[in-house]
Design a protein around this ligand. Sequence first.
Ligand SMILES: Nc1nc2c(c(=O)[nH]1)N[C@@H](CN(C=O)c1ccc(C(=O)N[C@@H](CCC(=O)O)C(=O)O)cc1)CN2
Length: 284
Amino acid sequence: MTATILDGKATRDAIFDDLRKRVTELAERGVTPGLGTVLVGDDPGSHAYVRSKHNACKKLGMNSIRRDLPADISQAALEEVIDELNADPACHGYLVQLPLPGHLDEGAILERVDPDKDADGLHPVNLGRLVLGKPGSLPCTPLGIITLLRRYDVPIAGARVCVVGRGVTVGRPLGLLLTRRSENATVTLCHTGTKDLAAEVKRADIVVAAAGRAGLITGEMIKPGAAVLDVGLTRTENGIVGDTTPEVREVAGHLAPMPGGVGPMTIAMLLSNTVEIAERGLSA
Ligand SMILES: Nc1nc2c(c(=O)[nH]1)N[C@@H](CN(C=O)c1ccc(C(=O)N[C@@H](CCC(=O)O)C(=O)O)cc1)CN2
């Protein structure tokens, strides 16, 4: 068996086509949705992601506001930038690119973002709304994973899902999303304390590998025909590698590869959240 590829780039492009129409409709009502980014420091990966976000805004006819800040910025100065974006009516939604340099209090910065402008869905208020099933921005990578599964008709309701990795951007919120009534999956959240990872993975109809450990999930751990989404990203001398080994493709029924699977969906969901915030502003 060779897995059907869950193509994140093609799916992102289809989502962009839909978003372009919504941006045009908003423009007809006098609103141009605006996305802000806050980037601290010189990490080349973070710079590349932020660049992609601004390029995507341009493609869709959205405004974008960029705040690039020095690596040694103080907590107080960064908080001032956050306060400015909170007050800027042209900025409908924004994000603080993670990770932040170690001297900054990341939690305090994320909490300072106006939850109703939180394009990333990572503000504690929005994570709380997710727990309570109330409307709010949803975290982009988990939302991208569910959108990709739906696009390829991979059954979610009743599926056993094994999420490997308990990070705040992917694993934890994904567990919450998948166990909503609308998704109805049964989720096992695995982490470094899991006793028999191979056994947990083997039971799953859907495996999400988001531990950030290259090659952690091997072909023999996968139930034949399962859907596997590789979200781990490790940069090596030979390029990017994911959390799954190449043989997984021969066992899985569906595979979101690294690269080209979930990553492009993250940016699509970020723009979708921003357009949604702008639409909400008009209907409020
Ligand atoms: N505030 C946030 N910070 C970070 C997030 C996030 O969602 N919000 N996620 C990641 C970085 N990220 C977006 O910000 C991101 C990561 C990867 C990709 C992507 O398209 N990856 C490609 C391959 C990577 C490459 O070529 O360098 C892929 O999977 O095909 C997009 C966005 C951490 N920080």
